[in-house]
Design a protein around this ligand. Structure first.
Ligand SMILES: Cc1cc2nc3c(=O)[nH]c(=O)nc-3n(C[C@H](O)[C@H](O)[C@H](O)COP(=O)(O)OP(=O)(O)OC[C@H]3O[C@@H](n4cnc5c(N)ncnc54)[C@H](O)[C@@H]3O)c2cc1C
Length: 406
């Protein structure tokens, strides 16, 4: 097969993780031919293009975990990258606000994790300092995270794509090119995609919401299933948007990988509120009524889904209430900004998280990257993977450098 190769490496998925992986491998190995195959007409169409646009500082994550390490490194790299390539970003800071006494223990735990993760400048603050940072926000205690920020991850992804392709005929991002099958041989892989068959020595799977299915095509047992969690946003009207200066976050539930409904000023100057987290019946379905028989079948026939429902039914019920009742959603926001009114909110965008779920109903907390001979699979890269993308790309590069003969 070696003499018929089209590329050395094929990356499946043109989201920010796939592009960053291709870019980092390309930087370290100048002779390697790389293709990125993306099924949509443009890159960054799914999670990368439908998120909160927050540059996370990394305080929530288990110290020494993949998430903690790559978020800290990735954030620094991302900011340096944005500066070098004139991509707009702002370090506006964020506050994580407790509005009830029952949240104080969890707030303290987040703060301790932040200290363990050595997050610069974090401070516990009281009601008066909250008002100084966010004059319309109320709370009994908060953590101020001065180095959190905002950026447009689509712009970052597009820049990475252009750096990968510019001046190189052997590095190409193919859009509208869906991978439909994989044939593995001892010395290479043949990809069956829209437009024909492409051959390479190695495959890197960064297919986000479809990553477990690509692993299955490669006959790799990954031990998890991707379960889609949709999150809906509302947008604040212009007058009300003035009430949010930066980023206002709730105290997260320590048992769940979701950060809760937050108020986010975007780099375009809008203020978004969201996202909630409900099980979606379509992996790439952004409407409340979107349904796919295949995706629902895959989720509902997986024992892990039912075990997760049993474990987190109370949380799930709350999240569905936020999805179907604007008033209930508003009540959650009013805990922070009591002066918000229903007429201040208009429906915004939505996104779907690719969350890996284990067979016992456990939501896989850390990023997961797995290698199997001549293939690498990024199987769990939810938030903060956009912030961490350049560091995840570097981790993929290191794995490829160690195990593939590049
Ligand atoms: C609602 C929401 C809010 C978030 N907020 C933040 C945030 O504020 N900050 C942050 O750091 N992170 C955030 N995240 C997480 C972040 O967006 C993701 O972790 C990151 O974008 C993952 O990138 P990815 O490349 O792995 O996935 P994706 O961007 O989903 O890319 C995967 C790509 O693979 C392609 N693909 C799939 N199957 C195939 C196939 N068969 N053939 C070819 N191509 C295929 C898809 O079309 C897609 O473009 C958020 C996520 C969501 C959903």
């Amino acid at each position: 097969m070696r003499d018929q190769l089209d590329f050395d490496i094929i990356v499946i998925g043109g989201g920010i993780v796939g592009l960053a992986s291709a870019y980092k491998i390309g930087l370290r190995h100048s002779n390697i031919r790389i293709a990125v195959l993306e099924k949509e007409g443009q890159v960054a169409s799914h999670q990368t293009g439908r998120n909160s646009g927050v540059i996370h500082s990394g305080l929530y994550y288990k110290p020494e975990s993949y998430k903690a390490r790559t978020c800290a490194e990735g954030r620094k790299e991302l900011i340096a990258f944005a500066q070098e390539h004139n991509i707009a970003y702002k370090i506006c800071g964020k506050i994580i606000v407790a509005t009830e006494r029952s949240e104080l223990d969890n707030l303290e735990r987040v703060f301790e994790k932040g200290l363990e993760n050595q997050i610069e400048g974090i401070q516990k603050i009281g009601p008066d300092e909250i008002k100084k940072i966010e004059p319309f926000c109320q709370g009994i205690s908060a953590i101020h995270v001065p180095y959190a920020g905002i950026i447009d991850f689509v712009e970052v992804a597009e820049k990475i794509r252009s750096l990968l392709e510019t001046g190189r005929r052997d590095r190409k991002v193919y859009t509208s090119c869906e991978v439909k099958g994989l044939n593995r041989y001892k010395d290479g892989v043949e990809v069956v995609a829209d437009g024909g068959r492409i051959r390479a020595r190695y495959i890197i799977n960064c297919a986000g919401l479809q990553s477990d299915r690509i692993a299955k095509m490669a006959r790799v047992w990954c031990g998890v299933r991707i379960v889609p969690f949709r999150g809906d946003y509302y947008e604040l009207n212009q007058g009300a948007a003035e009430k949010v200066k930066g980023l206002i976050y709730p105290v997260p539930d320590p048992d769940l990988p979701f950060l809760g409904v937050h108020l986010t000023r975007t780099i375009q100057g809008k203020v978004e509120c969201g996202p909630n987290a409900v099980l979606a019946f379509k992996r790439e379905g952004y409407g409340k009524k979107d349904f796919s028989f295949k995706d629902s079948w895959d989720a509902l026939t997986y024992p892990g889904t039912w075990l997760m429902f049993m474990r987190h039914w109370r949380y799930g019920f709350e999240e569905y209430k936020k999805s179907f009742s604007k008033n209930y959603f508003l009540k959650q926001l009013q805990k922070f900004i009591p002066s918000l009114r229903a007429e201040d909110l208009r429906p915004g965008t939505s996104g779907v998280r690719a969350q890996a779920l284990g067979p016992n109903g456990e939501l896989v907390d850390d990023f997961r990257i797995q290698r199997d001979e001549n293939t690498i699979h990024v199987l769990n890269a939810p938030s903060p993977a956009a912030t961490a993308s350049l560091a995840i790309g570097e981790a993929v590069n290191k794995m490829a450098t160690k195990h593939f003969s590049l």
